[in-house]
Design a protein around this ligand. Structure first.
Ligand code: TRP
Ligand code: SF4
Length: 405
């Protein structure tokens, strides 16, 4: 909650599913592109997560990883603004997962709703494995590794962020009191100078004795504004304020991504497995054909039959793409048979073509220049490793594994 850097960090991951479609774009990628300008972002390919369910068929993982990364870049995720990496290339995730596994009660994992749900849903796979049970904890390691404050996820993943918070809390409780913590806190308070120290101590008392939240906020702001104490000292003071030890692993918050409004071509959720998608690299002629062939309100058999947009997937696309005046034109024209369905689809075709044109072009450039893609990811992996090593050093030390050689 109260860490100095973490509140600014965003982390999210995606399983490697190969090429992405408009559902991914409107659901996730557009949001990432926006977030990368507002926060320090880490986005990664969760290839180990893919293995938790695809361990019998891992052949496609590698190509899926690269195709997906190309689509991230094509959609506008920018290596200058966000760090992009592949989970298995940052093996520190595995070590943190292992260390966290030592202190995570089994029951917490057994009770994660997706555990039983997914086993039920993916009946054809044997998911009674150690890796599948531990997968939410691997996700916790992914998040805590970067001390991320915000984790953009869909509703199905909120429970995983919740267990991550519990793991962090338990970890800080067990290991957050480094030897000499009190002395270090006192020294840090003195370093703030007489006047500031007094404000700190008064606010701490008001918060700890009277539960005065505004006093807490004041003291937190005071600590964050200090320029003459170290980052480590700031974290100690923030921990001290809330009556705990040092916060080694700050608790993240889920940033719920609203469900995409983008329908599939048949009005169901757009999905690869339903075959109702428009891919981000769809050729213009295919975009045209796919939208022309979209089913419409089944009651509109002839051009002269009035229709009802509420019963038509094309209307759902207008909700995503069209201006108020176009939407009004559809509503009237459909209900009084003033327009034909092809007329109605034309603005959608144009909007999708305009949206996909720059994406397709960037995807083409990147797939022709795989060396560039690989070097973007190699650099991202290096940057991620650097951040990961810092956390892991502290975690090792906190858990008694700091050996002097
Ligand atoms: N489990 C997520 C999914 O299946 C992917 C993921 C792995 C993730 N680690 C993460 C998402 C960390 C957010 C943060 O979609
Ligand atoms: Fe659907 Fe438009 Fe045809 Fe109405 S006019 S049925 S909204 S495609």
């Amino acid at each position: 909650m109260s860490s100095v850097v973490s509140s600014q960090r965003v982390l999210s991951g995606m399983r490697p599913t190969g090429r992405l479609h408009l559902g991914h774009y409107h659901g996730v990628l557009k949001n990432w592109v926006k977030l990368q300008h507002e926060y320090e972002c880490f986005f990664f390919v969760a290839d180990w997560h893919a293995l938790t369910t695809e361990y019998e068929n891992p052949q496609n993982i590698e190509s899926s990883v690269w195709e997906m990364v190309i689509d991230w870049l094509a959609a506008g995720v920018n290596p200058g603004s966000a760090t992009m990496f592949i989970q298995s290339k940052v093996p520190e995730h595995a070590e943190l997962h292992l260390l966290l596994s030592m202190m995570t009660p089994l029951g917490w994992l057994e009770r994660v709703p997706t555990y039983k749900d997914q086993q039920e849903k993916l009946k054809e796979k044997d998911l009674a494995t150690y890796g599948f049970l531990g997968y939410p904890l691997l996700q916790s390691a992914d998040i805590l590794m970067y001390r991320a404050g915000l984790v953009p996820v869909g509703a199905d993943q909120v429970a995983h962020v919740e267990i991550t918070r519990e793991v962090a809390r338990r970890f800080n409780h067990l290991y957050g009191r480094e030897p000499g913590f009190e002395e270090a806190v006192e020294a840090a308070i003195r370093k703030m100078g007489k006047k500031q120290s007094k404000i700190y101590l008064d606010s701490r008392r008001k918060y700890q004795q009277d539960g005065d939240e505004s006093a807490l906020a004041l003291a937190q702001a005071l600590v964050n504004d200090q320029s003459n104490i170290t980052l480590g000292d700031k974290e100690r003071l923030l921990g001290d304020l809330e009556g705990g030890g040092k916060i080694i692993l700050p608790e993240p918050q889920a940033l719920l991504t609203p469900a995409s409004k983008m329908p599939g071509l048949d009005g169901q959720k757009m999905s690869k497995s339903y075959g109702n998608y428009i891919s981000l690299r769809e050729e213009p002629a295919d975009v045209d054909e796919k939208i022309r062939k979209m089913p419409t309100d089944p009651a509109r058999v002839r051009r002269t039959d009035p229709g009802n947009p509420d019963k038509c997937p094309v209307w759902q696309m207008h909700e995503v793409y069209s201006s108020e005046s176009t939407k009004q034109w559809v509503q009237e024209g459909c209900r009084n048979a003033g327009i034909g369905c092809l007329d109605c689809k034309r603005p959608i075709i144009e909007a999708v073509q305009a949206e996909l044109e720059p994406i397709r072009k960037r995807a083409q450039e990147h797939s022709r220049n795989q060396d560039l893609v690989r070097s973007i990811i190699a650099e991202g992996c290096e940057d991620a490793r650097e951040a990961a090593r810092d956390t892991l050093d502290e975690v090792r030390q906190a858990m008694g594994l700091k050996y002097r050689s």
